[in-house]
Design a protein around this ligand. Structure first.
Ligand SMILES: NS(=O)(=O)c1c2ccccc2cc2ccccc12
Ligand SMILES: [Zn+2]
Length: 265
């Protein structure tokens, strides 16, 4: 029987290690990026992000975030700090109950309104994503910070399906011409990178994070739409209100001597 976990109370992040022992490991995510301690690495090759936009994908509310799963073998990532080729599996976000919080990673202690994770698995070393998710170098997550500002047209292709996935386990098929690359910042050469973990149980220490320095803007109204998702299909607050999915970010974890590399000086 799968163990329930969440972001508050007894099943919250402070207790994850009791049922998911890796959550207490030495290379956990997220972390604070102390920009005075990052190390420039001039050996990185250019990041190669090749996504096609003819992939059919499906959007699900899994009770912890919305997840756009992609099933195209044409969406690949390589280069930068990566030794192998990785294939896009899904993307999702973490966000807050207001625009002052929501990201998982922080930069010099600053938390952004949301954080986008594009999850890729190592197709050179492993036969399936389920295998890769547990193995060192198995996963690469492209990460972009999001702040409240001007409207982001690309995000509307995703947000327009949210009414179909308001309830948990709701799914919606997305087969319009959408390329997730439009969700990334313009500057894709300046990023930080380090070795960490899934930020949700079972917290496997299999993830290479690549975190863009440039922050993406979406409007406050678009951020409010993230918060329209519900956490569960039935449970209502005593006020009869739906319980909305917000503050789905893990607190920052100890660096334990890890060095965050920078692709820029
Ligand atoms: N936040 S996360 O990117 O660690 C993450 C995953 C990372 C790698 C593989 C699968 C993942 C599935 C997630 C599902 C929900 C939230 C974060 C998730
Ligand atoms: Zn994530």
């Amino acid at each position: 029987k799968p163990v329930a976990w969440g972001y508050e109370g007894d099943i919250g992040p402070c207790n994850w290690h009791k049922y998911f022992p890796k959550a207490g490991g030495k290379r956990q995510s997220p972390i604070d990026i102390d920009t005075s301690a990052t190390q420039y690495d001039g050996s990185f090759k250019p990041l190669r992000i090749h996504y096609d936009s003819h992939m059919c994908s499906s959007l699900t509310n899994n009770g912890h975030t919305f997840c756009m799963s992609v099933n195209s073998d044409q969406c690949n990532l390589s280069g930068g700090p990566l030794e192998d080729k990785y294939r896009l599996l899904q993307f999702h976000c973490h966000w807050g109950s207001d625009d002052t919080k929501g990201s998982e990673h922080t930069v010099d202690g600053h938390q952004y309104a949301a954080e986008l994770h594009l999850v890729h698995w190592n197709t050179d070393k492993f036969k399936s994503a389920d295998e890769a998710i547990e193995k060192n170098q198995g996963i690469a997550v492209l990460t972009a910070f999001i702040k409240a500002g001007k409207e982001h047209r690309g995000w509307n292709h995703v947000l327009s399906h949210f009414k179909d996935i308001k309830k948990v386990q709701g799914t919606s098929t997305v087969n319009e011409d959408f390329n997730p690359k439009c969700l990334l910042p313009e500057n894709q050469t300046d990023y930080w990178t380090y070795e960490g973990s899934l930020t949700t149980p079972p917290c496997h220490e299999s993830v290479r994070f690549i975190i863009f320095k440039e922050v993406v803007e979406v409007s406050s109204e678009q951020l409010a739409q993230f918060r329209s998702l519900c956490v569960c299909s039935s449970r209502k607050r005593d006020t009869g209100e739906d319980e909305h999915l917000v503050d789905n970010f893990r607190p920052i974890q100890p660096l334990n001597g890890r060095v965050v590399k920078a692709s820029f000086q």
